[in-house]
Write a protein that binds this ligand. Structure first.
Ligand SMILES: NC(=O)C1=CN([C@@H]2O[C@H](COP(=O)(O)OP(=O)(O)OC[C@H]3O[C@@H](n4cnc5c(N)ncnc54)[C@H](OP(=O)(O)O)[C@@H]3O)[C@@H](O)[C@H]2O)C=CC1
Ligand SMILES: O=C(O)[C@@H]1CCC=N1
Length: 266
């Protein structure tokens, strides 16, 4: 029994599903579930996987990935708890929910691995951090590492870091899109046509990310390379500092970490 069940096929569930299929997983080895039957039909038609109800999907899977909102997880675990096989591996992508809380809700020793992925996985540039629960073996952790590697990079971290990881790489794409939106609006305000402003900003974001990763240079050094003495960039960065943008990012990241901590309680 080497089937994989994905319970909750929303944004992140579909992202994982599509990534596994791009990485040559066989659609016959994957079963999906969702609360809305029409969503299941959509995925069956789009990807050729099968769909089932939660209990049947869990019954036929050796690896069960739960990808519902943290607020929906309690009901889902109550439903599947009785049918999770003794040797099954439960993988949770739910923000904030601890492996201990899942183990406790299942009510018997079960292998759980907690994962924090992100949406760039849709283009195989994801960043996922994984942590094993009390009953997860190193082989099971390695299995999850290889699953997530289908959609990008994977790091293993102690679970105590997962709330911080969620605040940085889990939510992080949204902060960067927010910066992109703000810069596009800035260009429009200066009179650039919206499509021109968008192209300039998107390529600048992409090129800068590429430069960071390819050179391995510190962002401060790369920023200094752009900042001519008495020039335009220095004027802009001064304005960002005057508006407390760096402090705002730090406060925002703390808020995300705090919210993640609260989500385990539902
Ligand atoms: N989106 C992101 O960038 C990231 C999300 N995550 C985590 O992934 C999880 C899912 O998030 P996301 O994909 O964005 O959310 P979505 O709402 O897009 O997907 C969740 C899906 O699960 C379905 N669902 C809810 N309850 C059940 C159930 N009992 N049985 C079967 N399906 C069910 C929902 O149905 P319905 O539509 O009816 O509610 C929905 O289709 C969350 O826990 C989130 O913290 C982690 C990292 C990044
Ligand atoms: O906003 C959220 O709660 C989820 C977790 C990380 C990204 N999206």
């Amino acid at each position: 029994m080497s089937r994989l069940a994905i319970l909750g096929a929303g944004v992140m569930g579909e992202t994982l599903l599509a990534g596994l299929l791009r990485a040559d997983w066989d659609a016959a080895d994957i079963v999906v579930t969702d609360r809305r039957p029409e969503r299941c039909t959509e995925l069956v038609e789009r990807y050729g996987v099968s769909a089932a109800d939660n209990a049947s999907a869990v019954g036929e899977a050796s690896t069960v990935v739960v990808v519902v909102k943290p607020q929906d997880l309690g009901d889902l675990l109550a439903e599947i708890g009785p049918v999770v096989a003794e040797d099954a591996l439960l993988v949770s992508l739910c923000a904030g929910v601890t492996t201990a809380s899942i183990e406790q809700q299942i009510g018997r020793p079960v292998a759980v691995v907690r994962v924090m992925p992100n949406t760039p996985a849709q283009v195989d540039e994801g960043m996922a951090a994984i942590s094993g629960g009390a009953h997860a073996s190193s082989e099971q952790l390695a299995h999850v590492h290889s699953l997530l590697s289908a959609t990008g990079r994977v790091v293993t971290v102690p679970e105590k870091y997962q709330d911080a990881v969620t605040a940085i790489s889990g939510s992080g794409p949204a902060y960067l899109f927010y910066v992109v939106e703000s810069m596009i609006e800035g260009g429009v305000q200066l009179g650039l046509p919206r499509d021109v402003s968008t192209e300039l900003v998107v390529q600048t974001m992409f090129g800068s990310a590429h430069l960071l990763r390819e050179t391995g240079r510190h962002p401060t050094e790369l920023r200094e390379m752009v900042t001519s003495p008495g020039g335009t960039t220095a004027a802009a960065v001064r304005t960002l500092e005057n508006h407390g943008v760096r402090a705002a990012f730090m406060a925002a990241i703390e808020s995300a970490r705090d919210r993640s901590r609260l989500l385990s309680g539902g």
